[in-house]
Design a protein around this ligand. Structure first.
Ligand SMILES: Nc1nc2c(ncn2[C@@H]2O[C@H](COP(=O)(O)OP(=O)(O)OP(=O)(O)O)[C@@H](O)[C@H]2O)c(=O)[nH]1
Ligand SMILES: [Mg+2]
Length: 190
């Protein structure tokens, strides 16, 4: 109902903000699950994403063109083709699989080091907090090098000159936490 409402507003040109965002993260992190939940509130079976998939969604009153890219190693090679023109990145990490934190850290560090993305807001989602093996926000921050002092702050600080970067813990399956991340990201979409 609400997305219909917003999409009508959007078609009438009453939504001022439009953004292009990409969903990145290792395979199995939950990117496609998130896209499907946002799109039609549906949890779907896990089929690894082989080809980039795009959806136009209205989230928090902003028209987003989203791109769900595969996270397995070969799929990661095309991430860079999408980065030049994006307004924001959602980087998803499986917070319940510490064995893969080093690999996630490496991929995130490569994005953070990319000059192209020096000003691009990055919202990191620590997903699957519903699982027993999920670590705390503090532990995840330490594992991926995003200690509190290095991120932007969950409250909007327009005067800050640093790149918008923040971590939000969430559970896509339980529909918890990610909206706060989108709300935060939306503030940086011009
Ligand atoms: N328990 C739990 N499982 C989740 C959650 N989010 C996603 N999953 C599961 O994690 C698995 C992988 O999810 P996908 O969305 O396919 O992962 P992906 O990031 O798109 O993976 P690739 O397409 O291979 O890059 C699926 O079995 C999902 O059901 C969550 O919040 N909690
Ligand atoms: Mg996928």
């Amino acid at each position: 109902m609400f997305s219909w409402f917003w999409s009508v507003l959007g078609k009438l040109g009453l939504l001022s903000k439009k953004g292009k965002i990409v969903f990145l993260g290792l395979d199995n992190a939950g990117k496609t699950t998130l896209l499907n939940v946002l799109k039609d509130d549906r949890l779907t079976m896990h089929i690894p994403t082989l080809h980039p998939h795009s959806e136009d969604l209205v989230i928090e009153g902003i028209q987003f063109q989203t791109f769900d890219l595969g996270g397995h190693e070969t799929a990661r090679r095309i991430w860079k083709d999408y980065l030049a023109t994006v307004n924001g990145i959602i980087f998803i990490i499986d917070a319940a699989d510490p064995s893969r934190f080093p690999e996630a850290y490496e991929e995130l560090a490569a994005l953070l080091a990319s000059e192209e993305l020096a000003k691009t807001p990055i919202c990191v989602l620590g997903n699957k907090i519903d699982k027993d093996t999920a670590v705390s926000e503090h532990e995840l921050r330490r594992a991926i090098g995003l200690t509190e002092n290095l991120t932007y702050g969950k409250k909007y600080q327009p005067s800050s000159t640093t790149r918008p970067l923040e971590l939000f813990m969430c559970s896509v399956s339980k529909r918890m936490g990610y909206i706060e991340g989108f709300r935060w990201l939306a503030k940086f979409i011009p």
